[in-house]
Each structure stands twice: as C-alpha cells, then as structure tokens.
Design a protein around this ligand. Structure first.
Ligand code: NDP
Length: 295
C-alpha cells in the first residue's frame, strides 16, 4: 500500500478457509478490517495480524458500512444475520448459493434497508491474493454498491460484474462449475477404462490434456449455434454418426468391466434427439441435443 492508496474500512463475517484467505489480503493491503466468526478461536491469528474482532455479528455489522459475508451456505447467512439492523449497509454476500437464493437474499437485504450484491468466487483459498493464479469473483446486484466498493473488492481477486439481477453471479458461477464437473466425470471415466491395463495413468495424462484442449472448440461452436439456431450448416460430425460412435464408448466400458453411468446419460440425450426426427436431426451437430434439457 502506498501513501496515496486510500485506506478502507470493512467488515467480514465468516472465517472459514475462504474467509480467512480473504481477510489476510485486506489486512496485508493495509485496510481496516473487523471480523466475526461463530467459532471465535478462528479470529485469533487474524487479530495478531491487525484485525479487529467483534463479539457478535451485530457488533461486526455496526462497525462498518461495507459488510462482506462468506459463510458455508445461504442458511448460515440467515442464522448469522437474521434480526440484525442492516439500515444503510452495503452487503456483499460471497457465500455460494443458487440464483434463487441470491435473488431472495437481495430482497431480504433491501427490506432491511441495505444495498446488496451477491458474489460467486471462482477461486480456491490458495488463489486468493495471488493475481497470477487467475482467480476472480462474479458479482451481481446493485451496480451502485459495486462501483462504490470496486477497489476494495478487487484486493483479494479480480472482479467481474455480470448484471443487476442478483441471481446472475450464482448463475455464472454454477454454469462454469457444471461444465467443470462434466469434465471431471469424463476424465474419471478415461482413467477407469485403463485401470489394470499396461497403460500408466501418467502416460495418459498429457494425452487427455491435449485432447480436451483441442475439443474446447465445442464451447464457441455451441454458443454460435444456440444464437443462430442453425444446427446443420457446416456440420462435420453429424448426430447420426455420433450416436453410432458413442455406442462404441458404452461397449468399450462394458468390455473393460467399467460402469458407463457417468457417460450414458449424455449418450441417451443424443439418442433421444435423433429418435425424435431422424431425417431432420441426423444431419445436425450434437449441440441441438441440449435443447432437450430445458424443462
Ligand atoms: P468452511 O467450511 O471452511 O467455513 C464455513 C464458514 O461458515 C465458517 O466460518 C463457519 O463457522 C461458518 N458457518 C457455517 N454454518 C454457520 C452458521 N449456521 N452460523 C454461522 N456461521 C456458520 O468453508 P469455506 O470458507 O471454504 O467456504 C465459505 C464459502 O466460500 C462457501 O459458500 C463456499 O462454497 C465458498 N467457496 C469456497 C471455496 C473453497 O475452495 N474453499 C471456493 C469457492 C467458493 P465456524 O468456523 O464456526 O464453523
């Protein structure tokens, strides 16, 4: 912090692994931080680093205009803050939740006289305060709150504001995590297939990385086709062929004595899209199948 850097005052509710990592970056940057945690012992190390430790959530909230919350889940936010006066406060909720929980929290905060922004943290605690690690936080809700506090919010990790709908930070967060879990499922299947064979996992690893990188084109391809609703122009791997090809995946799993439970729902989706209209959908890209997911 240089002499010209403004010193901000803020409150942080929640000193789990993530809250503690956030706290350390604000203290290291010279900001005045008041903390509260249900298990008071977790505040001890931070007090030694300069944090002011509140005796109760009400005292922590009263200490500053900006109140950052990072608790386990949405229910714990209610149990820590229900009944506390939030009049005139700027509440930033970095607790992971669903879009509906984010929107309901916004109403809850506004009814208590606060401005509200919800956040979705795209980083692990080890990436907090390490800009080169590439972590960041999605924010949505009150633009005015975000603009007021942007500099201090950017201390732990980059900040990406994704709109005034308080549910959209969570929606972006969960969309990215859903893609990640699908990738983890596919990688798990790949390693399960070679278990017990004379192929070392460490030899498959670089091949998997290279292949998944090359197949990343699907992200942009899907976005373009969903926008244009054109699933047939320029198709080089058509759905009819892919339904036959993915059958090979299921038979190979069977041959290897490996369950296909992580893979078969996606294959079923492709089959359903084809079966609905083989003449029309057979020539399509596989992207069209995702339309079946929307209830
Ligand atoms: P931890 O399990 O380490 O900490 C949970 C925190 O919530 C603790 O401060 C705990 O208090 C508090 N808490 C739980 N229940 C209650 C309650 N009923 N009333 C008051 N306080 C409560 O979790 P993290 O710090 O890792 O995660 C915090 C948030 O950050 C979560 O929403 C998580 O999804 C999100 N996040 C975490 C990431 C990670 O890799 N760790 C990555 C991205 C997001 P106590 O100490 O008393 O138990």
């Amino acid at each position: 912090m240089t002499d010209n850097t403004p010193r901000h005052s803020l409150t942080l509710i929640g000193l789990g692994d993530m809250g503690t990592a956030l706290a350390r970056t604000w203290l290291a940057a010279g900001h005045r931080l008041t903390v509260w945690n249900r298990t008071a012992a977790k505040a001890g190390a931070l007090a030694a680093e300069g944090a002011l430790v509140a005796e109760s959530p009400a005292e922590a909230v009263a200490a500053n205009g900006l109140v950052v919350v990072c608790l386990l889940d949405d229910a714990s936010v209610g149990s820590a803050l229900d009944g506390i006066d939030l009049t005139g406060k700027d509440v930033v909720n970095l607790t992971t939740g669903t879009p509906a929980e984010g929107r309901a929290r916004a109403v809850w905060a506004e009814e208590r006289g606060a401005r509200f922004v919800d956040g979705g943290i795209m980083a692990t605690p080890t990436m907090i305060g390490v800009p080169e690690a590439g972590g960041y936080v999605f924010y949505s809700g009150s633009r005015a709150l975000f603009d007021t506090h942007r500099a201090v919010l950017e201390v732990p990790a980059g900040a990406r504001f994704v709109g005034e709908d308080a549910g959209h930070a969570a929606l972006h967060d969960v969309a990215l995590l859903s893609a990640m879990w699908g990738m983890f499922a596919g990688i798990s299947q790949a390693y399960a297939l070679i278990e017990g064979e004379d192929i070392a996992p460490k030899d498959l690893a670089p091949l998997l990385s290279e292949w998944l990188g090359a197949m990343g084109f699907f992200i942009g391809n899907a976005a373009e086709r969903l926008t244009s609703r054109d699933f047939t122009s320029g198709v080089v791997s058509n759905l009819a062929m892919q339904v036959v090809g993915t059958g090979t995946m299921l038979r190979t799993a069977d041959e290897q004595g490996v369950s296909a439970e992580l893979i078969s729902p996606y294959v079923d989706l492709l089959r359903r899209r084809l079966a609905a209209d083989p003449a029309a959908h057979g020539a399509e890209d596989t992207v069209g199948a995702l339309l079946l997911l929307k209830r």
